[in-house]
Design a protein around this ligand. Structure first.
Ligand code: DGY
Length: 331
């Protein structure tokens, strides 16, 4: 008799690379959430109850309450490198392993960080909007002047895979000096990019561009707040492609309005989605994107493939190639 199929709840319309592999595998039965929007809390709870695995992403809040209600889950497979939507400690306590998809989106996200630097330094989104409003007028020799990035100092907050790729782009294209602030020393960044490890204060005080690439944790939540913006150069540009709550949005608005910093490029906001009347959307030196750092065919398909592999390998040989809480499987 055939063993029972493992039931996988697929919470969003993920790209086919991995999903098709799961569908074709006779060991699995997939339930695909049929709507474009994320599930509500109740819908997620209700559906997860009769599944073995939840294949989810950052739009699903997998907190302790959810995990305790769904402690039957055998695995959670997260389609993202960030997993701040998941209470990993609670999952570990309940013996639920959590897979994730590191590095699949490093190039794509570094491109967005790099693009946002140029776009905000040159007021690109704002100027695009002025054309749409019929305000082009004529060439103005002193109008809408931006700043150049060549030779500037880049401060990377969180020199992980994405931070490193962002620094490589800035060094290669603009010969920027690279400073970084990280939990651990990164000898490869120091060797390849001549990057210097500095403390947070120095990073803020010396960088022309400060780019956040850390995970969202209790220690990094709102680390870019009024105090941090006050310590940045008045000509500095702040970039966040990591998680919205790493910066304190009202403090960022105040810093930009007060001229404490020059500009900002955000791929992540707090909350998401950003309200359409948010003042950041109307500022000359600010560019905002709707959390699309990993939004390329290449990255999203790779994420899908990794999220699926994590499930396949777990059921094939009891290991998860990319796991957030390995202690669950080694115990
Ligand atoms: C991630 O992977 O954490 C991104 O934010 C979404 O792809």
């Amino acid at each position: 008799m055939m063993a029972d199929k493992k039931r996988i709840l697929v919470t969003r319309d993920f790209p086919p690379a991995g999903i098709d592999r799961l569908k074709e595998n006779s060991a699995f039965e997939l339930t695909q959430w049929e709507m474009d929007r994320p599930m509500t809390r109740e819908e997620l709870l209700e559906r997860a109850k009769d599944h073995d695995v939840v294949l989810c992403t950052l739009t699903e809040r997998i907190d302790r309450e959810f995990l305790e209600a769904c402690s039957h889950l055998e695995m959670i497979s997260q389609f993202a490198v960030g997993y701040d939507n998941i209470d990993v400690a609670a999952a570990a306590e309940l013996g639920i392993p959590v897979g994730f998809t590191p590095d699949a989106m490093s190039d794509a996200t570094a491109d967005i960080a790099f693009g946002l630097m140029i776009a905000s330094a040159r007021k690109m989104f704002y100027l695009h909007n002025t054309i749409a409003k019929g305000e082009w007028g004529y060439f103005r020799p002193r109008g809408h002047l931006g700043v150049e990035l060549s030779g500037k100092t880049l401060g990377i907050f969180g020199m992980g895979r994405i931070g490193m790729k962002t620094a490589q782009r800035c060094r290669g294209a603009y010969n920027m000096e690279i400073l970084y602030c990280s939990r651990n020393r990164k000898p490869e960044a120091e060797k390849e990019l001549d990057a210097a490890l500095v403390d947070f204060d120095t990073l803020l005080g010396k960088s022309d561009i400060v780019s956040a690439h850390c995970a969202l944790t209790a220690g990094t939540r709102h680390i870019f707040n009024r105090d941090a913006f006050e310590r940045m150069k008045p000509e500095a540009i702040f970039i966040n492609t990591a998680r919205g709550p790493i910066h304190h949005e009202p403090d960022l608005i105040r810093a930009l309005e007060g001229g404490e910093i020059r500009g900002a490029g955000l791929d992540v906001t707090d909350p998401e989605p950003m309200r359409q009347d948010n003042p950041l959307l109307f500022m000359e030196n600010v560019c905002v994107l709707p959390h699309v750092g990993s939004g390329t065919n290449e990255a999203r398909n790779e994420m899908s493939a990794m999220a699926a592999d994590n499930i396949v390998e777990f059921y094939r040989n009891g290991r998860i190639p990319h796991i957030v809480n390995p202690e669950v499987l080694s115990g």
